[in-house]
Design a protein around this ligand. Structure first.
Ligand code: ADP
Length: 265
């Protein structure tokens, strides 16, 4: 059973996911969360759908969200932080979801910077944080998360996608995963808002990140180039050495990162 009640029954947080709006079908949980945020919904409000008709990844890319198989959810956040720190919310969510997948499935989940969770080199989860501004002030951040939980088949073009169920060889409960994530994310998010805690979170993220210490292909708009990834900086940017041997900082917004040979390596 997967519905508003099954999620509510399991949530054991102070505020994260305590209010749930559940839909059998919706265009995009991020769009709905934005609408609710504009109407004044509180921090931690969670929008969940069994199916999305127009789920999105970064840069407007489509996110495949069939019914009955995945977690398609968005949290409304209202952090009192500087706008430059908003991309770090994605990293905090990635760290939390990576731990949730490990804990609930036993699978060896890793983070592909900045916003994907991979298992055995296959993408099982994507994260998209979007912010709402008014008059130069940040009003809200919408944290959208898609997890392929029990998905059996993917469209042919999604070569690198897989699901927890396919990789783990069994079926997992979606409400259980949501509830585990809500607890971890609430804890890390509270720490994240105190800027001095960031180095500890970055250290934890690095331990689970597959992108560091190797060559990678940076895909920026039409251009592709090979770099060596040195480190993740406390700001959330990636430090790389470019073709000219110079150090560069890569911000997460406009680039996709790929392995030299495949999706992650
Ligand atoms: P990137 O891989 O560059 O980080 P995004 O985070 O923007 O890309 O995610 C969007 C991309 O994810 C799409 O272009 C598509 O290739 C892939 N994708 C779409 N739906 C799914 C899904 N359910 N599972 C895994 N990958 C997906």
């Amino acid at each position: 059973m997967y519905n508003e009640q099954s999620i509510r029954d399991r949530i054991e947080t102070t505020y994260m996911g305590k209010n749930v709006s559940y839909f059998d079908i919706i265009d995009s949980t991020n769009n709905k969360a934005k609408e609710l945020a504009r109407q004044g919904a509180k921090e931690g409000h969670l929008v969940v759908a069994d199916q999305q008709q127009a789920g999105r990844g970064r840069l407007g890319r489509a996110w495949c969200s069939p019914s009955g198989t995945g977690i398609w959810m968005s949290f409304i956040l209202r952090p009192d932080i500087e706008v430059q720190r908003v991309p770090q919310v994605t990293l905090v969510a990635g760290l939390s979801m990576c731990e949730t997948i490990r804990e609930c499935t036993g699978l060896d989940a890793k983070i592909k910077w900045p916003n994907d969770i991979v298992v055995q080199g296959k993408k099982v989860c994507g994260i998209l944080a979007e912010m709402g501004m008014q008059g130069g002030k940040m009003l809200y951040v919408i944290l959208g998360i898609g997890v392929n939980v029990n998905t059996e088949c993917f469209p042919d073009e999604l070569l690198h996608a897989s699901s927890l169920g396919r990789l783990g060889g069994c079926t997992y409960g979606r409400s259980v995963l949501i509830a585990d994530f809500a607890v971890r994310f609430e804890r890390y998010y509270e720490q994240f808002k105190k800027a001095d805690y960031i180095p500890q979170l970055v250290d934890k993220y690095k331990k689970m990140c597959v992108t560091l210490g190797k060559q990678a292909k940076l895909v920026e708009k039409e251009e592709e180039r090979i770099v060596y990834v040195v480190d993740l900086l406390p700001t959330g940017a990636l430090q790389v050495i470019n073709e000219a041997g110079e150090k560069e900082e890569i911000q997460s917004g406009e680039v996709s990162i790929r392995g030299i040979y495949g999706y992650t390596s």
